[in-house]
Design a protein around this ligand. Structure first.
Ligand SMILES: Nc1ncnc2c1ncn2[C@@H]1O[C@H](COP(=O)(O)OP(=O)(O)OP(=O)(O)O)[C@@H](O)[C@H]1O
Ligand SMILES: [Mg+2]
Length: 118
């Protein structure tokens, strides 16, 4: 099953602040995708909308062919590592990333212990 992530003309306005506007892209299953831009351009807001922590004020988010409107973070096939204050300080980077994925059920392939250099 494809788990492509599609953003269709997504926008987010906080009061009078237009944090994100007119963002559309598709991330195919298995693709590595980065969002780059200056501080305050809306990167975290986009991620929070994909993960379901914010509801877009405009546009649609479709994951695996399913419209995510109205679905909370626990109902989406997503995991998010927050920018700050929400990492497990005693875990290395790999374990912080793996934690959310493993909590959802899929186990690591046998023998996989993660990168040794991070
Ligand atoms: N909850 C909020 N209420 C009001 N304004 C917000 C809120 N969250 C973000 N903003 C504003 O939306 C804009 C985009 O913020 P965002 O955090 O998405 O930027 P960013 O690209 O992740 O920045 P950085 O690189 O500094 O992490 C900024 O102007 C920010 O002040
Ligand atoms: Mg940010």
């Amino acid at each position: 099953m494809s788990h492509s992530v599609e953003l269709h003309d997504i926008g987010m306005t906080f009061g009078t602040t237009r944090a994100v506007g007119g963002v559309s892209f598709t991330v195919e299953s298995g693709e590595f995708f980065s969002i780059l831009g200056p501080s305050g351009c809306g990167k975290t807001t986009i991620l929070r909308m994909i993960a379901g922590f914010l509801n877009p004020t405009e546009g649609r988010i479709v994951i695996g062919g399913r419209d995510m409107a109205g679905l909370g973070p626990d109902q989406r096939p997503t995991a998010m590592i927050f920018q700050s204050l929400a990492l497990f300080p005693l875990m290395p980077v790999w374990e912080n990333i793996a934690f959310g994925l493993e909590a959802r059920g899929p186990q690591r392939p046998s023998g996989a212990s993660g990168p040794t250099n991070c």
